[in-house]
Design a protein around this ligand. Structure first.
Ligand SMILES: [Zn+2]
Length: 330
């Protein structure tokens, strides 16, 4: 694996002590619970009049149901049975929305030894039932694993589940606009969290793998940009766009935020951030931005629970992202 970036001296290093793997059973949210205020299916694309303002179709409440389903699986470190079940929920959600999922399996060499990890890549077929093309132009991504702790029960409501649930809602909304959906590759990264402490060889396992495959296959060149979501559910939403954000992406996203009266939720951070966008930028050379709210006191604590989150925050990020996608892909 090539060296990514200088991991020391600058940047926010998400560091934590070494903890043992804790496998927890998955208590999936009851099927009797309402899961969607406005159910969407892929059939909708042929039967429903969709606003040209596609961002208005993104519903934070519906995204929040998927966040809850992820959290209900309990702690979800890479390689755990709980993450396997969380992965099953993602695949099922994507399938219901009409997306085809490609699992990208690999074995990561971690300080705990080899761990099997699985990125999920989702693509939308131009016609139902047909295999999707692979000529997407944009990546929208999240990580779905949670950091491993032995001393606390860490369910990662914001750090892992928030962006994952929102990405499933994005899949449903994009399915209403196949001309957009076919241009977007949705990626759910495994192994974002370091097993011990972020270094060149610990952490960002999934995005390093995905980016390396993109580069080696020659597929990286087809992508215009990438958007990473991470920790986007805090009820006190303050997106802290890192210093390493590509200029054009920053300007475009802020313009979209402006257009939707959401600009006050965004600011430019004074430091770079070490997150899954870094391998996309540095290995795949795809200009990529980390839409992250790093002003989050519950980060990597037992308090990172659903109580900290707000569906409204998910909706803000979903709508701004969709606005930007529609501005740049149509
Ligand atoms: Zn984390």
């Amino acid at each position: 694996m090539p060296s990514l970036i200088p991991f020391q001296g600058h940047g926010l290093l998400k560091s934590c002590a070494l903890f043992l793997l804790a496998i927890t059973s998955c208590n999936r949210a009851s099927k009797s619970e309402p899961t969607s205020p406005t159910p969407l299916t892929t059939d909708a694309r042929s039967t429903r009049q969709v606003s040209t303002e596609i961002w208005k179709e993104f519903h934070g409440e519906r995204a929040f149901e998927d966040v809850k389903n992820q959290v209900a699986c309990g702690p979800r470190p890479a390689g755990s049975a709980a993450l396997e079940k969380a992965r099953g929920l993602i695949v099922a959600g994507l399938q219901t929305a009409g997306w085809k999922t490609e699992p990208q399996e690999f074995t990561a060499e971690t300080p705990h030894g080899p761990v099997r990890m699985v990125n999920l890549l989702a693509r939308f077929p131009a016609k139902p039932g047909q295999p999707p093309a692979t000529a997407q132009k944009v990546i929208v991504a999240s990580h779905y694993d949670t950091k491993i702790f032995s001393t606390i029960s860490f369910v990662g409501a914001n750090d892992g589940a928030s962006s994952t649930g929102a990405l499933l809602e994005l899949a449903r909304v994009l399915a209403l606009a196949p001309d957009l959906a076919t241009q977007v590759e949705l990626v759910f990264f495994d192994g974002e969290e370091a097993v011990q402490q972020f270094s060149e060889s610990d952490g960002l396992y999934g995005s390093r793998q995905y980016s390396s495959v993109l580069r080696e296959s020659g597929r990286a060149a087809q992508f215009k940009y990438g958007i990473l979501w991470d920790m986007i559910g805090d009820k006190d939403l303050t997106v802290t766009l890192p210093l390493d954000s590509p200029r054009e992406l920053t300007a475009g996203l802020l313009a979209s935020a402006d257009a939707l009266q959401s600009r006050p939720f965004f600011r430019v951070f004074d430091r770079p951030m070490l997150d899954d966008h870094v391998p996309l930028n540095q290995i795949a050379h795809i200009p990529s931005i980390d839409v992250i709210d790093f002003e989050y006191n519950a980060w990597h604590t037992a308090d990172d629970t659903l109580e900290q989150l707000s569906p409204a925050s998910l909706q803000t990020i979903g709508a701004v992202t969709l606005h930007y996608l529609s501005q740049t892909l149509r």
